[in-house]
Design a protein around this ligand. Structure first.
Ligand code: NAP
Length: 291
């Protein structure tokens, strides 16, 4: 679509931003939906974040995605924050309003849509969350909100897992919670767990690693999700597959969070039915070419 004086501008702020797949994905969605918009990458150093937000606002940029390392640091510069994003404590999508930017978290909905598409619903399930960073906070919030019975958070830094479980307890007191150091997983009894791997362990170029490397852990699972999407099949997911456990990688979550952001920016437009598969093909091709 040609860029004219009426074209609306969107983008992503990150550091680095060069590897982002969001420009490819969002410009594809715009073309599919016939939206007169363009989406561009903005590399923003952490110390420039406040200036960047003011500049984006002054330039009438209509919305941006926010990713590493700005998802939490951007919150003080927003004019408003959506309840879900405030509960999670991280935002990944900003929407321009008359007052400034309002922050949302579409990682949470992306995560839920991705696991549901694989036939897994958190309601009534016992869950194991590996990691306690931003992605873990989004996943924990969704698991609790959707009626998980129990969440056990395993993290290298125990205090961070404890803080996350305390925050979940304050909002969802009926969910059973436990925080354990990562290497204490053998203490977990029973089986049938929905496991969500949210650490960066196993991400390219560290593809030979998994946060847990013992097959006995994977025998406890009924479903395994890894939020990493490079590589498409992490060592964690390979362990799960070898144990006969159904899996989902982070690619579906990435595309679903992007579709949710597009919908927030374009409430009157509907993406056509093939948009998800089309975006998946484009992103997969990009990853294969970059590998
Ligand atoms: P983050 O806030 O920095 O959290 C990183 C987590 O990884 C922490 O729990 C950290 O543990 C753990 N960790 C890091 N190195 C470790 C190691 N060597 N051993 C054990 N644990 C380690 O990062 P994030 O924003 O949550 O992102 C995490 C991953 O999720 C990234 O790979 C990111 O690309 C992915 N992600 C995917 C999507 C998607 O749409 N698919 C969306 C968001 C994020 P400590 O607390 O001990 O440091």
């Amino acid at each position: 679509m040609a860029v004219s004086g009426k074209t609306k501008v969107y983008g992503i702020i990150a550091c680095p931003v060069e590897h982002s797949m969001s420009p490819l994905m969002q410009n594809f969605f715009a073309a599919e939906a016939g939206a007169d918009l363009t989406y561009v990458p903005f590399r923003v150093e952490p110390e420039d974040l406040e200036d960047a937000l003011r500049g984006l606002c002054a330039l009438n940029v209509q919305g941006v995605n926010v990713t590493v390392p700005h998802k939490q640091r951007v919150i003080p510069y927003l004019s408003e924050i959506d309840d879900t994003a405030a509960s999670i404590g991280a935002v990944n999508t900003l929407v321009r309003t008359d007052e400034g930017f309002k922050g949302f978290n579409t990682d949470a909905e992306g995560f839920l849509t991705a696991i549901r598409a694989r036939g897994t619903d958190p309601a009534g399930l016992d869950c194991i969350l590996i990691g306690a960073g931003g992605a873990a906070r989004a996943a924990a919030f969704v698991l609790a909100r959707e009626g998980a019975n129990k969440i056990i958070c395993l993290n290298r830094t125990l205090s961070r897992a404890e803080r996350l479980m305390d925050d979940i307890g304050a909002r969802f007191p009926d969910v059973e919670r436990e925080a354990l150091p990562l290497d204490a997983w053998p203490e977990i009894g029973g089986n049938g767990y929905l496991a969500v791997q949210t650490t960066s362990v196993g991400m390219t170029p560290d593809i030979g690693s998994s946060p847990i490397e013992d097959e006995r852990f994977f025998e406890k699972l009924s479903f395994a999700m890894d939020v990493i999407y490079t590589p498409a099949r992490t060592r964690f997911l390979k362990f799960a597959e070898d144990a006969g456990v159904p899996t989902c990688n982070g690619l579906d979550m990435l595309i679903c969070q992007g579709m949710a952001a597009f919908s927030l920016w374009n409430p009157g437009l509907t993406l056509p039915a093939g948009a998800f598969d089309g975006a998946r093909d484009i992103v997969t091709k990009f990853l294969e070419e970059g590998a």
